[in-house]
Design a binder for this molecule. Structure first.
Ligand code: SF4
Length: 401
């Protein structure tokens, strides 16, 4: 993105700033048993007003400066519940207020049962060029336990329809560490996803979140907690199978065919700048981390009542809280996010250039210790997690915050 990059200067940092935009769509048709995302099943009638509010927030945050942007991600929730007209209007608003690169990656999350060819063709012509399907498992009993109301057959159909509609870039999400899941059933899901010739796979280990139906089932003893050793074996199996299939393991939980890494998510892992727009979205730009108010009705009201350009970019009138990052915060976050990238890691030269201090000077003792334990390795000017380090990555990251 060298042709459209510029820098923002705040009091402490010089930060590269071709932006990524995350747009949150907080609507779902039903609630999955494990989900604690900011999403709602009973306010579907708000979709039109929500699309308008999202456009208002885009205009508000952009102000009078057409900043360059290179990725957009519609996340949720279930973005594919919005009409294609809503998606087109939102993207047109982004194009009018940001200098969106011609080659911008524009991703939309989609639940397989919500799409058909006409819909996918319409969002494709609106500009969406990458789809992310929440498949989660190819095993029907696991889908039922997760509270998913689709079959794997509908994922297969959705992928076929996406191809018919002209998409040639998509991701599939799968979940491992599911109660009752075995190594063999996990292998079945991986094999089924690979058979779809997906360009990208995101594999998440199930976490039992407080307040979810799944947690209640575990607490009441109806479901046994998944075995962490089995989850580690499942992860190992995935690494082997996906390497065999020619997919690059580029981030702890993400694999891609060469050249198909998610540009949007790379912004997060490179600790770059992204705007979080929409109810409950999180953002990081201009030295702030911030989050937007969660309730869709409150979100709509805040944007419709006040359209003034914010005093502090990028904090819209819907922002519910923000933190101004110190250099120590920024350095720690750069380590935590950068080490997730298994090949790229953290560049010693880039770190020194960005912060005016060397990695050695700031974290020398921790890095030496973690290297001695075989969890980190430095090679070719890049610090990376080792294969062993991947399995205890959270403990490694804690050393930098
Ligand atoms: S579809 Fe996604 S966001 Fe919606 S309830 Fe299920 S897991 Fe949560």
């Amino acid at each position: 993105m060298t042709n459209n990059q510029f820098t923002i200067h705040n009091s402490q940092f010089t930060i590269p700033s071709s932006l990524s935009l995350y747009l949150h769509i907080p609507f779902c048709a039903y609630r999955c048993s494990y989900c604690d995302f900011n999403t709602y099943t009973s306010v579907g009638e708000l979709k039109g007003a929500y699309a308008e509010a999202l456009c208002a927030e885009i205009r508000q945050v952009a102000g009078h400066t057409k900043r360059p942007a290179h990725t957009i991600f519609f996340g949720g929730g279930t973005p594919s519940l919005m009409t294609a007209e809503h998606i087109a209007t939102i993207l047109d608003t982004v194009r009018s207020h940001f200098a969106l690169a011609d080659t911008a990656e524009i991703t939309m999350e989609a639940n397989p049962e919500t799409v058909d060819v006409a819909y996918l063709a319409a969002v494709r012509s609106a500009g969406v060029n990458r789809l992310s399907f929440g498949a989660q498992s190819a095993v029907e009993s696991e889908l039922a336990l997760l509270g998913r109301q689709h079959s794997f057959a509908s994922v297969v159909r959705a992928v076929q329809m996406a191809r018919e509609a002209g998409f040639d870039n998509f991701n599939i999400d799968l979940i491992y560490g599911v109660p009752g899941q075995t190594l063999a059933s996990w292998q079945e899901s991986l094999t089924a996803a690979l058979a779809l010739h997906t360009h990208h796979l995101s594999l998440y280990c199930l976490t039992i979140e407080p307040g979810t139906p799944l947690q209640r089932s575990v607490t009441q003893g109806h479901i046994a907690l998944p075995d962490p050793d089995l989850a580690a074996d499942q992860y190992e199996l995935a690494r082997d199978m996906l390497a065999e299939a020619g997919m690059e393991h580029y981030e702890i939980s993400n694999w891609a065919l060469p050249g198909r890494a998610s540009e949007h998510n790379l912004t997060y892992w490179r600790n770059g700048q992204y705007l979080g727009l929409g109810a409950g979205a999180h953002g990081h730009a201009n030295g702030y981390r911030y989050h937007v108010v969660r309730q869709p009705r409150v979100y709509i009201r805040r944007l419709m009542e006040n359209s003034a350009v914010p005093e502090h970019y990028p904090l819209s009138t819907a922002v519910a809280g923000q933190t101004e990052l110190t250099p120590t915060d920024q350095m720690g976050e750069t380590m935590m996010t950068g080490l997730r990238l298994l090949q790229e890691g953290v560049s010693t030269a880039d770190f020194a250039r960005q912060f005016g201090r060397s990695l050695e000077e700031v974290y020398g003792r921790d890095i030496a210790e973690l290297t001695e334990w075989g969890l980190l390795a430095e090679e070719d000017g890049r610090l990376r997690l080792t294969s062993r380090g991947i399995f205890v990555s959270n403990q490694v990251f804690q050393r930098f915050v």
